[in-house]
Ligand binder design. Structure first.
Ligand code: C2E
Ligand code: MG
Ligand code: MG
Length: 682
């Protein structure tokens, strides 16, 4: 035993440990990612494992439990294993490098040639006289080293090593070639280092066998054992695969970050978007527990952003959004996180628990921060915003409720604009009520549960000049209310076109069948249809169908709505007027908007709002304004209808100041046509 190559055996055992480790690791990798590069690494490591183990077992059966047959078997396995192992390298490279079709072909040829020669050499070794000598011989000679020496210097092993060298050179040049052309995905430097070390060891073998005949050196063998080279190669290849896992995982992390950024960030403003807000909101909500954690949200909606976009173009709109979000971020980022949750909708999620007073204060500051205009190409643009404040969890415990409540509170803030509103639960009650009413109205439209009432409009002698048609819903549900209530709801729900068409149909039918030439009628139209250029064509062919003169029809359009859609409105009014219809501006003076636009509009009649009539007697300021409106209208050659007469003295006052026509309960209430025709027979 004293002659045992202890160092050699120790190293072999150590190497076996490495290889086992690498083998287990490659199994794990293959299970996690069953693809061709992990599979080839596994094959590669398995061959290495066989090689190292056969080396260890050959030693075992020579020195510890001498057994001829076993020793021979493992010795042969080891020596041919080395060849198989080398053949496996091009195979491995084929799987992990991007080879061209030509190189792939060469690789296959090399692979098969290697395989065939390995089989031939293997057979030669088996019948080699060196191996056939029994282990016992060596042991008694105490010259175990000569076994290895003779084995290694024997002809078959010599030939094998020459093939080995050719393979090594081929593989190294293949890698160098791909490296130059940068055609590799695998970190080939590692493989290259491993192969070079192995190449050095093989060369050392040739040197030792050819040029020296002494047996000094490592373990009695002058050159380092091939096993060292193989182990190092295996280690380097495995390092490579660790590198590649790191590269892959870094790439994956980058891709993931990229995707996250795309999904959760707004591309235009580079702040988190609605999705990002939902996720953060949810995680804040998850933190709400027994510890009394609470937080506040300030929702912000830019006032009339749609108009701004339409007037100045989307590009200016976008630029304003960008500048606005930048300003808000600059001023308020230490208060919380800003998100863009819709076109012109933002939300600030406040970081720390704040009192309602503090949040209101902050909302005021946000409104104040918009006072300075945004300058784009030297043009200043001023925007205002409506804000809504929600205290969580008081004002909502889940994302859906919070978003719903946010819209309610914003809607309420929008009524005044440029202000903030603190959420309260009455707002939701109103809005759910509204949804019910909308559904009710929708059903009423489908079932045609509407009728027209008519109210006379009289001259100073109380003679009926024309009738105003006023819509009534016949659905008995009291929540629907009168047209002053349901028309705005219908407009908001986007159903107004259906209603306008229905009104036109009913009014024209009444004209044709019942009213005839007796009265002209005044029909209320929503401004929606007015911005539709095709509508005037439709109306003029529709009157013809019903045999009605356009001169018998007046269309009433509410002043405030008309001003909001001035340019389109004016054009279409002109078309209607050119076709013979008359136009009345309804509820004039209610909003005190500019009076000057009247001169530009093709209008025939001005319907003064009820507030002026009701101001008589007593409100001298309004009386003066009524006089002024009458005077101005007459100077523009417009007829004035005043509405809402309930008292004799109101009639007297307006008569005295030259009002042309009068409408009100004092003369007659709106009533069904039957009743009206019976009350005022021909
Ligand atoms: P409007 O066009 O200004 O109609 C006049 C309103 O004043 C009518 O209310 C009428 O009933 C009411 N009124 C008339 N005389 C008096 C009076 O002496 N005192 C008082 N307190 N009120 C008086 P109504 O019918 O409730 O209609 C309200 C509004 O609904 C209308 O205002 C009009 O803007 C809209 N509307 C009514 N019918 C239609 C329609 O067919 N289409 C459209 N788009 N809107 C309509
Ligand atoms: Mg009217
Ligand atoms: Mg009116």
């Amino acid at each position: 035993m004293s002659n045992l190559p202890v160092l050699y055996i120790t190293l072999t055992l150590l190497f076996s440990g490495f290889i086992i480790f690498a083998f287990i690791q490659s199994i794990y990798k293959y299970i996690r990612m069953p693809q061709r590069d992990t599979l080839s690494l596994l094959v590669f490591n398995s061959i290495a494992l066989i090689y190292i183990f056969s080396d260890a077992l050959a030693l075992f059966f020579i020195f510890i439990r001498p057994a001829d047959a076993a020793m021979r078997f493992f010795a042969v396995l080891k020596e041919t294993g080395l060849l198989f192992f080398l053949i496996a390298v091009p195979f491995f490279l084929d799987k992990v490098l991007e080879l061209t079709a030509k190189i792939k072909k060469i690789n296959w040829i090399v692979f098969w040639t290697g395989l065939v020669s390995a089989v031939i050499i293997g057979s030669c070794i088996i019948f080699s006289p060196d191996i056939i000598k029994t282990a016992a011989d060596y042991k008694t000679n105490s010259n175990y080293l000569s076994f290895f020496h003779q084995l290694n210097t024997g002809l078959p092993i010599m030939i094998r090593n020459i093939i080995l060298t050719i393979y090594l050179m081929y593989t190294i040049s293949l890698i160098l070639f791909l490296k130059i052309r940068k055609k590799y995905l695998y970190p080939v430097n590692n493989v290259l280092i491993g192969l070079s070390i192995l190449f050095y060891i093989v060369m050392a073998y040739f040197y030792s066998v050819l040029f020296t005949d002494t047996q000094i050196g490592f373990g009695g063998i002058q050159y380092p054992p091939f096993t060292i080279g193989i182990v190092l190669l295996i280690l380097f290849i495995n390092f490579g695969s660790i590198d590649i896992s790191i590269i892959y995982s870094n790439q994956l992390i980058n891709i993931q970050n990229d995707i996250d950024h795309k999904i959760y960030f707004d591309a235009l403003l580079d702040i988190p978007n609605r999705m990002g807000f939902m996720i953060d909101l949810q995680s804040e909500l998850d933190n709400i527990g027994a510890d009394g954690h609470n937080f506040s949200l300030i929702f912000l909606d830019i006032d009339d952003f749609k108009n701004l976009n339409e007037c100045f173009g989307e590009q200016t709109g976008n630029e304003i959004l960008r500048m606005l979000s930048k300003r808000l971020k600059e001023y308020f980022s230490n208060e919380g996180t800003l998100y863009r949750i819709g076109g012109d909708e933002f939300v600030l999620l406040l970081k720390n628990n704040k009192t309602e007073e503090e949040v209101k204060n902050l909302a005021g500051k946000i409104i104040g921060s918009l006072r300075n205009s945004f300058t784009i190409s030297e043009v200043p643009y001023t925007v205002t915003a409506s804000l809504g404040i929600l205290e969580i969890p008081k004002d909502g415990r889940d994302t859906e409720a919070i978003i719903n409540n946010a819209y309610n509170v914003i809607r309420s803030a929008k009524k005044t604009k440029n202000t903030f509103t603190v959420f309260n639960h009455e707002l939701t009650d109103n809005s759910s009520n509204k949804i019910n009413i909308v559904n009710l109205l929708r059903r009423s439209i489908d079932r045609d549960q509407f009728t027209l009432f008519y109210q006379p409009i009289v001259d100073r002698n109380k003679n009926i000049i024309h009738l105003e048609s006023l819509l009534r819903c016949t659905n008995p549900d009291p929540s629907i209310g009168g047209p002053g209530v349901f028309i705005p709801i219908i407009e908001e729900a986007g159903l107004i076109n259906d209603v306008d068409n229905m009104v036109i149909r009913k009014a024209f039918h009444d004209m044709e069948m019942r009213i005839g030439k007796r009265f002209s009628i005044s029909i209320n139209l929503s401004v929606n249809q007015l911005t539709n250029p095709a509508y005037s064509n439709f109306l003029s062919s529709f009157v013809k169908q019903h045999g009605i003169e356009p001169q018998q029809i007046i269309f009433e359009i509410t002043e405030s709505k008309l001003i909001e859609n001035m340019s389109a409105g004016r054009e279409n009014l002109l078309k209607l007027k050119n076709r013979g219809f008359s136009i009345a501006i309804d509820d004039f003076g209610k909003g005190f908007s500019s009076l000057t636009y009247l001169a530009e509009l093709p209008v025939d009649i001005l319907k003064m709002d009820m507030v002026f009539v009701h101001s008589v007697p007593g409100d001298s300021r309004k009386e003066a304004m009524a006089r002024y409106i009458l005077e101005m209208a007459h100077s523009l050659k417009l007829k004035v209808v005043a509405e809402g007469f309930e008292l004799q003295e109101q009639f007297d006052f307006f008569k005295q100041h030259g009002c042309d026509l009068f409408q009100g309960y004092y003369f007659a209430r709106p009533m069904p046509l039957d009743k009206l025709l019976a009350q005022y027979p021909d």
